[in-house]
Design a protein around this ligand. Structure first.
Ligand SMILES: C[S@@+](CC[C@H](N)C(=O)[O-])C[C@H]1O[C@@H](n2cnc3c(N)ncnc32)[C@H](O)[C@@H]1O
Length: 269
């Protein structure tokens, strides 16, 4: 891994470790309640529709940046094969392991920077799964998708469900009163350094170690994927605000792209 990349991902590890107890405090009971229902499925609407299209039953799944493993445990319950979640945060992985054990869900959780995933996992998955709020923490998208390619078997599928970068030009709910204005650049190379914490459940701020976020465009995304030997099989855009920071847009008549699903297949020449 490049020195520069490591500098940012290790800083983010610290910031995510500080965030996890706050998330846990608000959400722990709710998560436990959801998982105590063995029929509960976390994935909904368009995501579930596309996962059903792929037919995840028996598929071996690697979840990159899996946080507390909630989404992966849900896929396991839906009939997936071997499930392995990778995350850089010690506390997120600890929570994931504790909950998987508590509810007897057969998922493995590995604490690692995605850029450092061990070769022993290479060529062993049918699906690499990446979701909501992951890519913004990644300083090197091409390197990240290279890891996805290394983990997959030939014809393996990459599945990404994420915030749409177009929405970054607009203010968040809490940013300004006069919402419908373009206030940020779409083509933005600046690294955002957050010191107010990562609390998207209660939207509180707290003193946090610096957390580094990276903007990307749709062309950055697509190029990082195809440069790693994938061919695109699906790219859908949705109005749905999965970042939960554009409530005002949901109330307006404007139809803007706020989330997307991309799928791609690994080809071996
Ligand atoms: C918002 S969560 C996304 C996961 C999931 N979709 C969710 O909503 O909980 C972002 C996760 O990325 C992890 N992360 C950030 N950089 C990482 C890296 N380089 N390698 C592995 N995990 C990383 C963080 O620890 C955090 O758990």
């Amino acid at each position: 891994m490049k020195e520069e990349t490591k500098k940012y991902t290790e800083a983010n590890r610290k910031a995510w470790n500080e965030a996890m107890p706050k998330h846990r405090k608000v959400m722990n009971e709710k998560w436990d309640k959801m998982l105590s229902d063995s029929e509960f499925i976390f994935q909904k609407d368009e995501e579930l529709e596309e996962l059903n299209e792929i037919e995840i039953k028996k598929k071996r799944i690697a979840h990159l940046s899996c946080n507390n493993g909630f989404e992966l445990m849900s896929l396991k319950r839906m009939g997936a094969g071997r499930c392995v979640g990778f995350d850089i945060s010690d506390k997120a992985i600890k929570d994931a392991k504790t909950r998987a054990e508590k509810f007897n869900i057969d998922c493995e959780f590995i604490r690692t920077d995605v850029f450092d995933i061990s070769e022993k996992y290479f060529n062993s998955f049918d699906l690499v799964y990446i979701t909501v709020g992951t890519l913004v923490w990644i300083p090197d998208l091409k390197g990240y998708f290279q890891k996805a390619a290394q983990l997959l078997v030939e014809n393996g599928i990459l599945f990404v469900y994420e915030h749409h970068p177009f929405a970054n030009v607009l203010p968040y709910d809490n940013e300004i009163e006069d919402h419908l204005r373009v206030i940020h650049n779409y083509f933005n190379d600046e690294i955002y350094v957050g010191k107010g914490g990562i609390d998207y459940y209660e939207n509180t701020t707290y003193d946090s170690s610096p957390a580094y976020e990276f903007s990307y465009t749709i062309s950055d995304l697509i190029n990082a994927i195809i440069e790693n030997g994938f061919y695109l099989t699906l790219f859908n855009e949705y109005e749905k605000d999965i970042a939960l920071v554009y409530e005002y847009l949901e109330k307006s008549d404007l139809e803007l792209p706020l989330s997307y699903i991309l799928t791609a297949k690994k080809i071996v020449e």
